[in-house]
Structure formats: structure tokens, C-alpha cells
Design a protein. Sequence first.
Length: 278
Amino acid sequence: MTVRLRTLGTADRELAASFLAESPTENLFLAAKVASLGLDRRRLGRIHAFERDGRIRALLLDGGTVFVAGFDPEALPAFVSQLGPIRRCTSILGPAISVLGLHVGLSERWPGSWGNVVNVRRRQPLMLLRDDPAPEPDARVRVLTTRDYTSYLDASVHMYTDEIGSSPFKYGGGYEKFVMERLRRGDAYGVVDRSGRVIFKADLGPQLGRQAQLQGVWVAPELRGSGLSVPALSGMLRLARRRFPSISLYVNDFNIPAIRAYERLGFAEVGALATVHY
């Protein structure tokens, strides 16, 4: 039995895509990037493959986000060595067992650079929706446009800060461009009140084929607990499923109200991710 770690090149695109397709919901983040960017190291980062007897058993994306796909216990120490003592990423994401193993290995070996974290989300149920939600939809939900930019940006910043615990501007000013591009693609949905303020928003993140990932769900603080979120999400998901019949998401395991709301909407748990934020 032979094992090796190698860095994939442009000729390995189909090989990587085929491996990622074995767990399409779990690997959607990386699979979507490979589909749109190929294995261009300048745009994507480096992808390293852990192979056993000539077959890929796990992949590691070394980019702005470190993403782990698949699991092999021997792959984790190899990935730790490959990432090295200098941290260039802002987060680690992937299947919980792989992310937590990688995080422990990195923080024990290089605590100065990898041990200083903002938070560790140890278990985030991965959930999937394959049918229209049953709850009555809020008819006010619509696709947001660039005309909604100012209020949508404000809502997005509040959502990010609430969720991550730090500002999206901590690494520079690219967040405004990211938000504008999402609006231009038609991937932002929301409810706008009569004053023009976004009071609910939800976004589509990674997309590939017939599947997309729900992200960035946010309700204005004064309206939380008012019964807005489930009807608004029902309306958003009905619109989104016209483009992507399968919608996935991952949610913090301690957010029980959100998990129950997603279950009411028809989501079912299909796995678990974890995230480390720096």
C-alpha cells in the first residue's frame, strides 16, 4: 500500500471534480470553485491531493479559505506539514472530523500562527432541501438589485459581525465589491420595508449544477421573534428553487431555533461541517 501527497495541476481538473462529486453537498464550496476557476493557482490557491494506491482519498485547498474534502487519518499530518507555520487563510472549512483534526494538528505544532482563533464552530449540521417549503411564503420577498445596495450592505455587515464576531472589513475593503457582485448576479433575496430598508435577507452562495447553498440569513434585530423569518425564507426558497432545485445550508449546532425553523421548511440533516475563523 503506497501513499503520497502531491499538488494538483491544471491537467488534474476532472480528477478533482470527480472526487468532489462523490459528496456533492458536503463539497459544494470547493466543487463550485473548481468548476468556475479550474485549478488556476493564482485565482484559487493550491490544491493538494492525498492519494492511497493511486486514488485520491482527501483534498486540501490552500487558499484564502482552507477547505478539506474527504477524510483519511494519515492525510491530516501530511496536510499540517504542507500548510506550514505561516497562516495565510482567514478560515478553515469542511467536514467536521477533518477540520477539527487539522485544527488540532496545526495549533499544536504552530500555536503562534494557527492557535490564535476568533472562534471554532465544532459542529454545523449540513442540511438539504429538495422540495418547496410547506409554510406560507411572505409575498414581499424579492430578488434584491443594485438599487438596494446601501441597505443590503448594512444588513450584510451586521449579519457577518453577529455570526463571526469580527468585522468583514478587518482584512481590507473587498467586502463592498463582494456584496455588489452578489446583487449583480441576482443571488441576494430580501424584504424591503416602505422606507427602503432591508429588514430580511438571505443569499445564495456556492452553486453547481442543480444545487446551491443558502447563506447569510438575517432578520433586523427588532423583528426577531415576530414570525417573519419562516415565511420570508419560504418565499426566498421558492424563488431560489426555480434556479436550483436542491438547496443546502449549514448552521451552528447551538442555534436550536434556527435548526427547528429549517426543519419546518423541509430541510433534513445530511452531514456535519465545522469552521475555524481567524
